[in-house]
Design a protein around this ligand. Structure first.
Ligand code: 6GU
Length: 226
């Protein structure tokens, strides 16, 4: 998979993809991420990419021309499966959307800043609008980093243990069960006996029950779709 990201704050996206699982995905050649500074497509020598909004009001709007030129140029290099705009008024990201996007070849992410991007760019180019939750960030960059991480680890072959993404929280609209490691007793608290029984069927049943219980208590809303 190749992911292009258009931003006015490339520094914010310099390091998140060079660690851990994201690094492994790139080292294995399964994921490449390219960050593009929108200034490259600025309309004048001052590097202008935003302007005042029609109708008045505080806050700048990212202009059509630089964005359109960036999108058009990158589209000559790659055929994008989705052009995604990160915005608080987009569809809230969930595991189902991450799964769907992890099977694509080429994605283009557009990070909004200030008051966002001119509506006409959304109309003409954007195929999917994503928010990462009901709170406001200063820009789309951290949301883009979250999205790339959520997608990247799901790309077939990225995770060493192929089954481990399948047992993540949310993968079946269930939260993950509790986990334990050594020592068997710590601060008077013991690891549940069943986990040391060696009975794989019993362990699997226990984990499922725990996951169900935890989801009922913490996220009953998820059980509707389970
Ligand atoms: Cl995608 N962008 C911004 N600016 N804020 C957000 C968001 C995105 N998702 C949640 N809050």
């Amino acid at each position: 998979m190749h992911i292009d990201i258009i931003t006015v704050q490339p520094d914010l996206l310099a390091s998140p993809f060079s660690h851990s699982i994201m690094k492994r995905a790139q080292d294995k050649g399964l994921l490449t991420v390219q960050v593009h500074h929108l200034r490259k497509w600025a309309i004048n020598e001052y590097g202008q990419v935003d302007d005042y909004q029609y109708g008045g009001g505080a806050g700048m709007v990212m202009m059509c021309e630089p964005l359109a030129n960036a999108i058009e140029e990158l589209s000559t290099e790659r055929k994008f499966d989705e052009i995604i705009y990160l915005t608080p008024d987009g569809k809230t990201l969930n595991q189902k959307t991450a799964n769907m996007l992890s099977l694509k070849q080429n994605l283009l992410l557009i990070c909004g800043h200030y008051k966002g991007i001119d509506e006409r760019i959304r109309e003409k180019y954007v195929t999917l609008e994503i928010s990462i939750g009901d709170y406001v960030l200063s820009g789309g960059e951290l949301a883009a980093a979250v999205l790339v991480d959520a997608i990247g680890r799901l790309i077939p072959g990225v995770l060493g243990d192929e089954t481990s993404a399948l047992t993540d929280s949310f993968q079946d609209n269930l939260l993950a069960p509790p986990v334990y490691t050594r020592p068997v007793e710590w601060n008077g608290m013991k690891v549940p006996d069943v986990l040391m029984s060696g009975d794989h069927k019993k362990i699997e049943d226990w984990r499922y029950e725990q996951a169900l219980q935890r989801t009922k208590e913490r996220r009953p809303d998820l059980l509707r779709d389970h």
